[in-house]
Design a protein around this ligand. Structure first.
Ligand code: G3P
Length: 215
């Protein structure tokens, strides 16, 4: 499974990239706003750090505007794909952009039907939001299973990005059903590394080593 980081924070991206496990980056208008940086500058800087897909979200709500924004964003760097929020205009824009070779990441996916339509329109990625479904009392991971079953049944090339990841169990759930990608916040990536038994083991090995070299 490919691992993307879900952030617009340059320092976090640099750090996770240095771990040697990073395959791409997703941003959204909320993450960009948090950094107090404009979208173009932000994705340009990310493209200088990470060699992999980078999602930049359009804010137009009509197909014409989405296509215009999509073309402008794609010009910044070859690795940039255009995130569009699921709606009829986004489907129309996806068809046009994908025919031009511009990749679309259809975001705010909350049902398998939405994912199916996005794949048919030519989206390169779909982003089902696991955590936000959990928030309203659903079991978000079910959506990943349903989308994977549909895409496997018909051999769609569209890659599934498990998004709105809130904790390491979400990452495990995404990997268990074969999602192509999980886009993971910085703090969840940090949590994935640690285990109390690992820390305890390191401490014991170091203590034993110290004792044995004293003799
Ligand atoms: O980037 C989209 C998604 O991952 C947002 O996550 O935590 O705001 O639901 P969250």
């Amino acid at each position: 499974m490919k691992i993307f980081i879900d952030t617009a924070n340059i320092e976090s991206i640099k750090e996770i990239n240095s771990w040697g496990i990073l395959d791409g980056v997703t941003t959204n208008p909320s993450l960009i706003a948090k950094e107090g940086i404009d979208l173009r500058t932000c994705v340009k800087r990310i493209s200088e750090i990470v060699d992999g897909p980078i999602s930049a979200e359009a804010i137009s709500m009509d197909a014409e505007g989405m296509v215009r924004e999509g073309r402008e964003l794609a010009e910044i760097h070859d690795n940039i794909n255009v995130k569009l929020p699921m709606c009829v205009d986004a489907l129309k824009a996806t068809k046009i952009l994908s025919n031009e070779g511009i990749e679309v990441n259809m975001t705010l996916i909350f049902s398998p039907h939405q994912a199916l339509l996005a794949a048919k329109a030519g989206a390169a990625f779909v982003s089902p939001f696991v955590g936000r479904l959990d928030d309203i009392g659903h079991y978000g991971a079910n959506l990943l299973t349903e989308i994977m079953a549909i895409f496997n049944n018909y051999g769609y090339d569209t890659e599934v990005i498990a998004a709105s990841i809130r904790h390491p169990v979400h990452v495990f759930e995404a990997a268990a059903v074969g999602c192509d990608i999980a886009t993971i916040p910085y703090d969840v990536l940090k949590k994935m590394v640690s285990h109390p038994k690992t820390d305890e083991g390191i401490e014991r090995f170091l203590a034993d080593h110290k004792r044995s070299t004293k003799k």
